[in-house]
Design a protein around this ligand. Structure first.
Ligand SMILES: NC(=O)c1ccc[n+]([C@@H]2O[C@H](COP(=O)([O-])OP(=O)(O)OC[C@H]3O[C@@H](n4cnc5c(N)ncnc54)[C@H](OP(=O)(O)O)[C@@H]3O)[C@@H](O)[C@H]2O)c1
Length: 344
């Protein structure tokens, strides 16, 4: 008999809703419940929030504690955390999940390669995971795949690697509204710079994590990995976007660059471009070396759906992994796992 993996989801925001819908439609995964602190969800089911005509009623809880009271002491095989980008903000949720016997997979960007930004917290999470015999992984489309793991894998046939350049170009009007907001769509250039410096919008999070994952995987010996301040992209004419009518001179998105330096030379450059109307969309990896590799995904990977694919596909691999804190470069080759079942 085919048994699905049981999943308790944290976060029913813009990504969380797409994840929950996909989870419920996917045979080898079973959504047992959702935890979300948003008071608007109190007393509601996931099906009500998604306006789904399913006959099931999957409950939304305001905390793990209240979920355990209804679902029992070990409610799921794995917790899927899609809430926040900062590791400090989700660390206690991760350890609480270990304590009730759940592995953890998360979209938290800082968890994708946490060892440099949060050395002590990374060690603690690794220790706790091992103590409880559980696994934790940060994943996603980016960070987690397109600008780190994919180029790491593409370097395999190179006899020599001199430099790696990755560019992702996205038309943000085709992405979720929370993404369009966090890249400053509709702001004045001055408000954009203020919001970025105050942290009220984040831009893309994870370029430094991606470079550090490279450095570790290829043993590049970089002296530094830095993200330059994001630059706003300014509308040259009035433009309608899904979240705002943007006037000429206002912000339609941003460009972010990350650089990995060794002895003053740029060994890794990551260029993230996301704005309304950006064309053509693509993901491109260029490896300077021998043989030289140029790989371009025409049209780019649609980030929201790609993110959902990444996190759901990693579930069986995380459940099978040994205990501890891992990054995408440490686990078996990621792949589509819709035909993997619990106990296979
Ligand atoms: N790695 C990748 O490739 C990738 C891709 C896409 C997204 N992400 C990240 O994934 C996260 C989710 O994205 P999103 O667009 O869905 O964000 P979102 O729309 O802000 O949704 C987050 C949801 O989580 C809830 N929440 C916050 N803290 C919580 C907690 N401690 N316990 C339970 N629920 C909590 C929020 O409630 P309130 O609104 O009441 O706070 C909200 O409902 C973000 O950090 C995003 O940057 C990563």
């Amino acid at each position: 008999m085919q048994i699905p993996f049981k999943v308790l989801q944290f976060g029913l925001g813009t990504m969380g809703r797409i994840i929950a819908q996909t989870l419920m439609d996917r045979g080898n995964l079973e959504l047992v419940g959702v935890v979300d602190v948003n008071p608007e969800y109190a007393g509601k089911s996931v099906e009500e929030i998604l306006v789904s005509d399913r006959k099931t009623s999957t409950l939304i809880f305001s905390s793990l504690k209240s979920a355990l009271q209804v679902l029992g002491e070990q409610p799921a095989d794995i917790a899927l955390i899609a809430t926040l980008s900062s590791l400090k903000d989700i660390a206690s949720s991760i350890s609480n999940c270990f304590e009730v016997g759940m592995d953890v997979v998360s979209l938290c960007e800082e968890l994708s390669y946490p060892y440099i930004r949060h050395p002590k917290l990374s060690r603690n999470l690794d220790m706790l995971a091992k103590k409880h015999g559980k696994t934790v992984l940060g994943t996603g489309i980016n960070p987690g795949f397109l600008m780190d793991l994919l180029p790491i894998c593409l370097s395999a046939p190179c006899q020599r690697v001199d430099a790696i350049h990755v560019t992702r170009c996205i038309n943000s009007s085709r992405r979720r509204s929370s993404f369009q907001k966090k890249i400053g769509t509709g702001m004045s250039p001055a408000d954009f710079k203020k919001a970025i410096s105050e942290g009220s919008i984040t831009g893309h999070v994870g370029l430094v994590e991606s470079i550090r994952m490279f450095d570790d995987a290829l043993n590049l010996g970089l002296d530094s990995a830095v993200e330059l301040p994001p630059e706003p992209v300014i509308a040259s004419t009035d433009i309608e976007t899904p979240i705002a009518d943007v006037k000429k001179g206002e912000v339609i998105g941003l460009k972010s660059n990350g650089v990995g330096l060794k002895q003053g030379t740029e060994v890794v450059t990551l260029s993230f471009i996301a704005h309304a109307g950006a064309e053509p969309e693509f993901d491109e990896v260029r490896i300077e070396g021998y043989p030289k590799i140029v790989q371009r995904i025409e049209g780019g990977v649609q980030g929201d759906y790609g993110t959902v694919g990444m996190i759901l596909n990693m579930i069986p691999l995380v459940i099978e992994a040994p205990p501890g804190l891992f990054t995408m470069k440490d686990l078996p080759c990621p792949r589509n796992t819709q035909s993997f079942w619990s106990g296979d």
